[in-house]
Ligand binder design. Structure first.
Ligand code: SAM
Length: 234
């Protein structure tokens, strides 16, 4: 049979991710940048069978394909402005990892931490809470890791050189939740070190208070010179 431009393919999620990232703001731009971010892939009933993941524990990393479900309805444009270029240079959609794509499919490599009944624990994700997972494949170092590859305009993770500090009140809140969230301090620090502020606000954010949600926490901070000062965690 002949390929048709009108072919459509339907996919259903094999599972959904439980993620500390409860809103788009402050999610790292790629996986691996916030290693302490833990997620749980919950399989739907049809795939919640140990046969489906037999042997997966031998792999340290996995590829996830998923739906950018939060922004899928917004469509796409041939040219996008990658944030890392300051938002004022345009590149072709297929030359970017933009969420706004003809088929709003995301691709992330994550570390596999543990395999439990009906779920996988992973680390280093860049996925919003509730993201539908389309597929999981093992990362194959011999083939997927390309030595000498060129990273174009995104050649390396831009180091922000930013520090993170906490008020005594914020430290107390971390201590209070230490039992349930032992990595909360680390998670907040790694997220803020990425400097989630939009590029255009970096020059003029002295008196601004920022807020983000991680798990059910509402975290507020100010930027003072090169320091993210966490004011409150509630
Ligand atoms: N690593 C993936 C890729 O290359 O396909 C995602 C890259 S994309 C630039 C990363 C951003 O996607 C995150 O910072 C977050 O704002 C956004 N994101 C994550 N999960 C999403 C979802 N379910 N719907 C819409 N946007 C999402």
């Amino acid at each position: 049979s002949k390929n048709s431009e009108n072919s459509e393919y339907r996919f259903k999620p094999i599972g959904f991710i439980e993620s500390p990232y409860r809103q788009k703001f402050a999610i790292p731009r790629q996986p691996g940048l916030v290693p302490s971010a833990r997620g749980i892939i919950h399989f739907t009933e049809e795939f919640a069978h140990s046969d489906c993941v037999r042997g997966i524990e031998a792999f340290s990393h996995l590829w996830l394909t998923f739906v950018f479900h939060e922004t899928a309805a917004q469509g796409w444009k041939p040219l996008v402005r990658p944030p890392r270029l300051g938002g004022n240079m345009r590149k072709g959609v297929f030359a970017t990892r933009s969420t706004f794509r003809p088929n709003p499919i995301g691709l992330s490599v994550v570390e596999l931490v543990a395999v439990e009944a009906n779920k996988l624990i992973v680390r280093g994700l860049d996925l919003l809470h509730g993201t539908p997972i389309l597929d999981i494949k093992p990362y194959l170092p011999y083939s997927d890791s390309v030595s000498g590859a060129l990273g174009g305009y995104a050649d390396a993770n831009p180091t922000t050189g930013m520090s993170v500090s906490f008020t005594p009140a914020a430290e107390a809140a971390i201590l209070q939740h230490q039992h349930e969230y032992p990595e909360l301090r680390q998670l907040i620090s790694e997220v803020l070190q990425q400097d989630p502020r939009p590029g255009y606000q970096r020059e003029q954010s002295w008196d601004k208070e920022y807020g983000m949600h991680l798990y059910d926490f509402n975290i507020k901070w100010r930027v003072i010179a090169n320091d993210n000062h966490v004011i409150s965690i509630s």
